[in-house]
Design a protein around this ligand. Structure first.
Ligand SMILES: C[S@@+](CC[C@H](N)C(=O)[O-])C[C@H]1O[C@@H](n2cnc3c(N)ncnc32)[C@H](O)[C@@H]1O
Length: 314
């Protein structure tokens, strides 16, 4: 990589990074599989989804044959992702009968029946949760990170965790360590401690299974880049869209429930209090081709300020 750089040649794992003047966010009330079928090949950088798991949590969470249903969208992911693309699927391991769907079944299916590559399993660890008496109380959920090719985009530096001052001072005295790396911070590892949203959390917008923005942010920052497209086809309250507005990514948000509109408005009200919020536009119930055209237009306008960015697979 460094030799190529010295010779002014770009490695084929580098991606174009565009700093768009504003971002575009398409909101679609539609069935996920119908939506995916209309998406062009290689059009999305990051798919980030938190699907239903047949747990009867709500009316959208009940299926006779979970995996048969899930295959409908799992089979579209590889086609839709760009070559540097990533996919994150949230879930958990259920202890109930086989009728229930869970992340294990999804992982098994993607490994044996698709060309997606399994890159990482992330454990989302939280301290707040339900008590239990017949087993150890659960304090984690999982997310699988899949990629389309070995040239997947990964920006570790954007999500490094700073060392505390005392550790930093100590490490800087250690001649074996590179001071620049110490300044950058440490790899967050694949166990992330982030609190769940309590019922009375100010971040709540009313959706039963809303994920914390901080959890989504880490994936968005590390696995996509400014001006790229992030797709969430089980958008729920639109947490992914909220984070994409803040982090200058375009987003496509799909949910079969039209309540997504109201939830998203509440998310946006929360972030609009930030005077540094980047500019964005919402396209509600627009045609997918129109939204993609608009995103292309915005990105093309900012092409003059395009820079090539390196990424390494770590
Ligand atoms: C677990 S929730 C996602 C919550 C989201 N991560 C958040 O932070 O708000 C799953 C969502 O999938 C939606 N859903 C279920 N079946 C769907 C389908 N066939 N097509 C599109 N959306 C669907 C539900 O309406 C629900 O809002």
């Amino acid at each position: 990589m460094n030799r190529l750089k010295r010779n002014g040649i770009h490695h084929n794992s580098m991606v174009k990074r565009i700093a768009p003047p504003h971002t575009v966010h398409g909101v679609f009330i539609q069935d996920a599989v119908d939506f995916l079928k209309a998406l062009p090949d290689s059009s999305v950088q990051l798919i980030l989804i938190d699907p239903p798991y047949n747990l009867d949590l709500d009316e959208w969470d009940s299926f006779n044959n979970y995996l048969d249903w899930a295959k409908g969208w799992l089979n579209q992911i590889h086609r839709i992702l760009s070559d540097s693309g990533n996919c994150v699927i949230f879930g958990g391991f259920q202890y109930q009968d086989l009728k229930k769907g869970d992340l294990l079944e999804i992982l098994h299916y993607t490994r044996h029946k698709t060309d997606l590559r399994f890159t990482n399993l992330i454990i989302w660890y939280y301290k707040n949760g339900m008590s239990a008496h017949r087993f150890f109380a659960n304090r984690h959920e999982e997310a699988v990170w899949l990629s389309k090719t070995s040239k997947y985009y990964f920006d570790l530096d954007s999500v490094r965790v700073p060392f505390d001052e005392a550790t930093k001072m100590m490490y800087k005295k250690d001649k074996r360590l590179n001071p620049e790396s110490v300044d950058k911070g440490k790899n967050p590892t694949n166990v992330w401690e982030i609190g769940r949203l309590n019922g009375n959390s100010s971040e709540r917008v009313g959706h039963l299974t809303q994920k914390p923005a901080e959890l989504i942010r880490r994936f968005v920052k590390a696995l996509s880049f400014e001006g790229s497209i992030v797709l969430d086809f089980f958008a729920g309250s639109g947490t992914t869209g909220r984070v994409c507005i803040e982090e200058r990514r375009h987003s496509l948000l799909v949910d079969s429930d039209k309540k997504l509109h109201g939830y998203l408005d509440k998310h946006i009200k929360q972030i609009e209090a930030n005077m540094f919020l980047p500019k964005y536009s919402l396209m509600k119930d627009a045609n997918i081709d129109m939204v993609l055209k608009e995103i292309n237009l915005v990105n093309r306008r900012s092409l003059h300020s395009t820079s090539i960015m390196e990424h390494r697979n770590e």
